[in-house]
Design a protein around this ligand. Structure first.
Ligand SMILES: [Fe+2]
Ligand SMILES: [Fe+2]
Length: 225
């Protein structure tokens, strides 16, 4: 596999998540939230490896591709802000669907530009062996890439390499906390269900679940981690 095939495979993975989101029913809130979590992760990693390896290599090799690369960096920047806001937005927030829609539109436009305009020129500027070698570097970069968006962080070398490494460590911590929280929530809701069944009767079933802090309709959108 060469660098372009690797990046196109990433694009396909993200497009599959977009399609699943678009086909999910209006009330499939939990599914949509988990699809957005995966979009955040996949796009954060993909943007990071392009910024750390692919774009700098293209800039260094082909002078005429500097402007398209600068435009691509700006497009990444906008997408990272959207991802950053979506990261903590509850799926029943008023702007959740609209924000995901704008994210999808932005990413599709960016991907189309890369695949139809940038990649064909990159293929001409590099040898097949160079593109295969770049794929190896992209694969290595994936292992240490940040898993969350950092729109304020530098996006060009050498600063992005240092900032990316620090962000990746912080993201790992946040990912671990998020995963532990999901496990605890799953455990608590399973326990609540089974104790409800044991008690039986309507009173147990009608008792409010959770911590009683469910937002009231019309309240400010609440955020989840
Ligand atoms: Fe890109
Ligand atoms: Fe890309």
């Amino acid at each position: 596999m060469d660098a372009i095939a690797l990046l196109k495979a990433d694009h396909k993975t993200v497009e599959a998540l977009f399609r699943r989101f678009e086909l999910a029913g209006r009330n499939a809130k939990k599914l949509k939230r988990s699809l957005v979590n995966r979009m955040v992760r996949e796009l954060a990693i993909h943007a990071a490896i392009e910024e750390q390896v692919f774009y700098p290599a293209v800039r260094a090799k082909a002078e005429k591709l500097v402007d398209p690369i600068l435009e691509a960096l700006e497009e990444h920047h906008v997408v990272k802000w959207l991802l950053n806001e979506l990261e903590g937005l509850a799926p029943d927030a008023e702007r959740f669907e609209a924000k995901v829609k704008v994210l999808i539109e932005n990413v599709r436009t960016h991907v189309a530009e890369e695949e139809k305009e940038l990649f064909p020129q990159v293929r001409k500027a590099f040898t097949p062996a160079e593109l295969r070698e770049m794929a190896e570097m992209l694969t290595l970069a994936k292992r240490t890439a940040p898993t969350r968006p950092h729109p304020r962080a530098p996006d060009t070398p050498p600063s992005n390499l240092v900032a990316g490494a620090v962000s990746a460590v912080l993201d790992m911590g946040k990912d671990a906390v998020q995963s532990a929280r999901h496990k605890v929530e799953g455990f608590t809701s399973r326990r609540a269900k089974s104790s409800g069944k044991r008690r039986g009767g309507k009173r147990a079933a009608q008792r409010p679940q959770g911590n009683g802090m469910t937002p009231t309709p019309g309240a400010e959108p609440h955020y989840v981690m």
